[in-house]
Design a protein around this ligand. Structure first.
Ligand SMILES: *[C@@H]1O[C@H](CO)[C@@H](O)[C@H](O)[C@H]1NC(C)=O
Ligand SMILES: *[C@@H]1O[C@H](CO)[C@@H](O)[C@H](O)[C@H]1NC(C)=O
Ligand SMILES: *[C@@H]1O[C@H](CO)[C@@H](O)[C@H](O)[C@H]1NC(C)=O
Length: 494
């Protein structure tokens, strides 16, 4: 659920380069035209006030047709592991509803939080869509945009034709009619109005300006709904998890949670079907007391395609650049069989479980003492090196005869080089052909240097997937779950 080594949502491990560079006048011309385009576009949509939330895009014939395609958008949130689970659910939903999935960027760690579903205290679908949009504009503005498809390799999903995807930037250049190099928005602070336009476009996508033909905003959330698919005749039945009487009284909750078939509710024949864009809010919450709280689709008895997809998304590998960096560290730097320890010690609930976390680690190391020494150990932890003294880690460091410790840091050459390779590869932008009638609007030039994405966590996870002496993770950490699944699926040997 959480980035291990980084708890500051917005701080970056290294400063983004700010080289004053020569800009071709053409870029300013393009910008000017886009602005003009924008103005004419929005004024044609909104005769009264741009800020009115009543503005309906349907008043205008200009609801973007997007080449007749149908799309699915959602609001990712929380840490990377949650965002990955949410992405997988979105892939499933898009396939079930036969819509093209708009692939979002990776959001900063906990920049957008959903809240607590078991406590029925969560952001509404509209609220979370708006927070996500605002954060994405911020990612673009600060040059730190990196697509989920840059980090996670979705090529096998796409080539299997089980699901269609489009990059968010390509989609937005059509939907908002933006014809500007997204990577260069970090230089556009001066052009506040352009950012303002983007925000307004975001309110359309977030469902504040309702027009069902254009965009259907799903307002059901985990308080009211558990999405299912082909799960017998339980469509509309009450879910087993309901707010208890005490909570209902205290919070004046009138919610009842129902299980609903996503295809029956939002698919063919539904009100949502004809909308160009279907926008969900959150698409994931952690299970609670054995109940799936929002999406409970584990099988598709009568749909072989979805059945195959469910199997395929169980494990999505990282991009090849990340895998090769992790393997390089494991085989080139550690160069011996090693143990991986993932110790999450500082964030939230984990602060109170140091003892259990270290005990498990110590027992594993003790067992290895029977074998050859020194024992090589790769450590990934959010505890700064300065604070290791006094803990079991400090003890290991001091006994360099018996233990050889390895770890990675944000500024390591390997990490920075991999981040650059990820940016250069731009896997995400390979997804999304721009329909002919929009020629020109979808071109994403990569003219100016973007900031570097934070890839440390993904590389650390890959190194741990290569640990042949075993893996000790932190109980309850979703990072540990990802590593376990990488090990199970042999990510290191692929
Ligand atoms: C829309 O505007 C009305 C009044 O103009 C206001 O009461 C309502 O809260 C607004 N809705 C949103 C979602 O901003
Ligand atoms: C799914 O959508 C595609 C593209 O819009 C369309 O060609 C195809 O017929 C649809 N499939 C089904 C089963 O509706
Ligand atoms: C880590 O060390 C710093 C000073 O070196 C101290 O201020 C901080 O409280 C320590 N943190 C933990 C979690 O021990």
């Amino acid at each position: 659920m959480n980035l291990l080594t980084r708890n500051r949502p917005t701080a970056r491990p290294w400063p983004t380069r700010k080289q004053p560079s020569y800009r071709s006048p053409l870029i300013y011309l393009t910008l000017l035209f886009s602005l003009l385009f924008f103005f004419s576009y929005f004024f044609s949509l909104t005769p009264n006030s741009l800020l009115s939330n009543k503005t309906s895009i349907s008043d205008s014939p200009k609801c973007p047709s997007l080449g007749g395609g149908k799309f699915l958008w959602y609001a990712p949130h929380s840490g990377f592991s949650n965002q990955l689970s949410e992405f997988k659910n979105a892939v499933l939903m898009a396939a079930i509803l036969n819509r093209t999935l708009v692939v979002p960027p990776v959001l900063d760690h906990h920049a957008v939080a959903l809240g607590s579903c078991p406590k029925f205290r969560v952001l509404s679908a509209n609220e979370i869509r708006i927070s996500v949009w605002d954060h994405i504009v911020e990612l673009i503005r600060s040059g730190r945009y990196v697509s989920m498809a840059d980090i996670v390799d979705v090529s096998s999903l796409v080539s299997s034709s089980l699901v269609r995807v489009i990059d968010f930037r390509v989609f937005i250049s059509l939907w908002c009619n933006v014809n500007v190099d997204f990577a260069c928005y970090n230089e556009l602070d001066k052009h506040a109005s352009l950012l303002e336009r983007l925000k307004q476009c975001g309110s359309l996508l977030s469902g504040l300006n309702g027009d069902l033909k254009c965009l259907y905003a799903v307002n059901e959330d985990c308080r009211t709904t558990v999405w299912t698919y082909q799960s017998g005749n339980e469509d509309g039945a009450l879910d087993s998890f309901q707010p208890d009487e005490q909570l209902k009284k205290k919070k004046k909750i009138s919610y009842v949670r129902k299980r609903r078939d996503v295809y029956n509710t939002l698919g063919p024949g539904s009100e949502a079907e004809s909308a160009t864009v279907l926008a969900f809010g959150s698409l994931f919450t952690l299970p609670y007391k054995g109940s799936e709280l929002y999406i409970d689709i584990r099988d598709a008895p009568r749909d072989q395609g979805i059945k195959t997809l469910i199997e395929k998304i169980e494990f999505l590998p990282f991009a090849p650049e990340i895998l090769s960096a992790g393997k390089k560290f494991a085989y080139g730097t550690i160069k011996a069989p090693f143990l991986c320890a993932q110790l999450r010690l500082l964030d939230g609930q984990f602060k109170n479980h140091w003892k259990a976390t270290f005990l498990k680690f110590e027992q594993t190391v003790d067992a290895l003492m029977q074998g050859p020494l020194p024992i090589h150990i790769f450590v990934m932890t959010d505890l700064p090196k300065n604070n290791w003294t006094g803990s079991y880690l400090g003890k290991l460091v001091r006994d360099s005869r018996k233990f050889k410790l390895f770890f990675l840091k944000e500024r390591d050459e390997l990490i920075i080089r991999t981040a650059k390779r990820i940016v250069d590869a731009g896997h995400g932008l390979k997804f999304g052909t721009v329909p002919k009638e929009h020629d020109g609007t979808g071109q994403i030039e990569k003219d100016c240097p973007p900031g570097l994405p934070d890839v440390l966590l993904y590389i650390e996870q890959t190194v741990c997937s290569c640990a042949s002496l075993g893996f000790v993770g932190t109980a309850g950490s979703t990072i540990a779950d990802i590593i376990e699944s990488m090990r199970k699926f042999g990510a290191c040997s692929s």
